[in-house]
Ligand binder design. Structure first.
Ligand code: GLY
Ligand code: MN
Ligand code: MN
Length: 427
């Protein structure tokens, strides 16, 4: 998109945000943030600009400050200039806005006025967050490009991954394709989980974790759950596919995979303006619950099984979340709505009616999670609703999740990741 077009969109974002703010003559400071030092080291973590700053500037360098003078209705951007010393160690960043040194004088000229730090002021932050939930053309272009980088990685998996490879081999091969396709980084740590590891919802490897993807070999006939995505121009992609590797899927794998897919398809079709996200989530839980009933893992009536929390033993997470400058994006709960403590909804990251321009993930799943299924209190609580002998036979099965990124429009939902295939079997 030409720069003039981008500038116009950024200026429209600022205008919409200030219309939401109830300000008089205050000064608002929106900081990009600083690089975070690694503890005990002179190295730094990779820099992520504050998404509110990125949204209102289209830029992402550290230590920059966007300021707004509510009296003059005037925006000004201040950015650091790299010193020769900085440039010895790092390539120079584009100079943006006025030199940061001039901020102090700019504020002094407005002495006595109230200064609001945006990231500590809920009202100001909500004003930005409420705008960030609807994406403009520039953001949609970045989100589509992010999804395209993910497609390159998943295609590599479908063509290359096989039984006998380690989780790590699959991860690095896939991520290489994200980067080759233009991703700036992964949108979050990739989840590549084989067999029982698929039952950890966020299976990221840490140095001292007992499970090690570098030595974890994918066995023939196991499920492989991959939740990964590229980031492009600051915007995330968030995609999950689950497949059986190197063998004919078993009846149970096939059945549950189809149940998850049908929950996802039903939910994607409901991704239309005016639909309440919480209701779609609960309906997806009913689809999963019906599948578990049909398979003989649950007893009873599906609405009651969702209401009692029995389905949540197998589908504990939320159907999805808004996506944008962060993978779990702003605007989850509007003022007046609070997260629920009910087991089926407590991890629901969004609770609001859908609107055109939103991007939401749609990611139902079914898992056999030891921490829940082995908990004596839960086993006792659900003694009548769960057929424990059948469920215990499936401990170690892992998990199945299928996730796409959906753009809500006034017409059909646009699935940004929709051309990433969903094979039940690979290898
Ligand atoms: N990849 C993180 C999530 O799906 O929420
Ligand atoms: Mn995901
Ligand atoms: Mn997600």
């Amino acid at each position: 998109m030409p720069k003039a077009e981008n500038d116009k969109l950024v200026s429209a974002r600022r205008h919409r945000v200030t219309s939401r703010w109830n300000l008089d003559d205050e000064i608002v400071l929106i900081r990009s943030g600083s690089v975070l030092p690694m503890a005990g080291s002179d190295m730094e973590h990779s820099f992520h600009p504050h998404p509110d700053f990125a949204y209102l500037t289209g830029r992402g360098i550290p230590d920059a400050v966007l300021v707004y003078d509510a009296k003059e209705k005037h925006w000004e951007l201040f950015g650091p200039r790299s010193s020769v010393d900085d440039q010895v160690w790092h390539q120079p960043a584009d100079p943006i806005g006025l030199p940061l040194e001039e901020l102090e004088g700019w504020l002094k000229a407005r002495e006595g006025r109230q200064i609001i730090e945006a990231n500590t002021n809920t009202e100001v932050q909500n004003g930005i967050g409420e705008e960030r939930i609807r994406k403009d053309e520039m953001e949609l272009a970045a989100l589509r490009s992010a999804a395209a980088t993910s497609k390159a990685g998943f295609d590599w998996v479908y063509n290359t991954a096989s039984a006998g490879m380690t989780e790590r081999e699959v991860q690095v091969g896939m991520e290489a394709e994200f980067f080759r396709a233009g991703a700036v980084r992964t949108a979050y740590p990739s989840i590549v989980a084989s067999g029982p590891n698929g039952a950890f919802l966020h299976y990221f490897y840490g140095q001292d974790d007992s499970l090690n993807p570098a030595t974890r070999v994918i066995e023939s006939g196991e499920l492989l759950l991959i939740d990964a995505g590229g980031e492009f121009s600051g915007y995330a992609s968030d995609v999950t596919r689950t497949m059986v590797v190197g063998a004919e899927p078993s009846d149970v794998q096939t059945f549950l995979w189809k149940v998850v897919l049908s929950a996802q398809e039903l939910a994607i079709d409901r991704c239309r303006p005016g639909q309440e996200w919480r209701e779609i989530h609960l309906d997806s839980a009913r689809v999963i619950g019906s599948g578990l009933l049909e398979l003989g893992l649950l007893r009873g009536e599906v609405d009651e099984l969702v209401a009692s929390g029995a389905v949540a033993l197998f589908y504990p997470h939320g159907l999805g979340h808004l996506i944008g400058l962060t993978v779990h994006d702003a605007g989850g709960y509007p003022t007046g709505r609070e997260p629920s403590s009910h087991p089926q909804s407590r991890y629901l990251r969004t609770d609001r009616p859908l609107e055109a321009g939103m991007i939401t993930s749609v990611e139902p799943g079914v898992y056999f999670i030891d921490a829940l299924l082995g908990d004596p209190a839960l086993r006792n609580q659900f003694i009548d609703e769960v057929v424990w002998s059948e469920v215990d036979a499936l401990r170690g099965f892992g998990g199945i999740r299928i996730e796409d990124d959906v753009h809500i429009t006034n017409a059909e939902p646009e699935v940004l990741s929709g051309d990433i295939a969903k094979p039940l079997r690979i290898g």
